[in-house]
Ligand binder design. Structure first.
Ligand SMILES: [Zn+2]
Length: 66
């Protein structure tokens, strides 16, 4: 994964959760989350598997980039 993707916002990218390329989404640090996955996260509680996947992915990415 390239380290040059820093401020790329809503230009389309591969969602880290569903692994699909989406035209719009949120950029969190070096992590892209599509709008549909983001809304799932908002509506899910901490016991939800999607939330845990998200946290795990962000931690992994943070370790790689920081
Ligand atoms: Zn997604």
């Amino acid at each position: 994964m390239p380290k040059t993707k820093l401020m790329k916002v809503r230009l389309g990218d591969n969602c880290m959760i569903c692994n699909k390329r989406k035209p719009e989404g949120l950029q969190v640090v070096n992590t892209f989350i599509c709008l549909s996955c983001e809304s799932e996260l908002v509506h899910s509680d901490e016991k939800d598997a999607v939330y845990h996947t998200y946290v795990k992915q962000v931690r992994t990415l943070s370790n790689n980039f920081i």
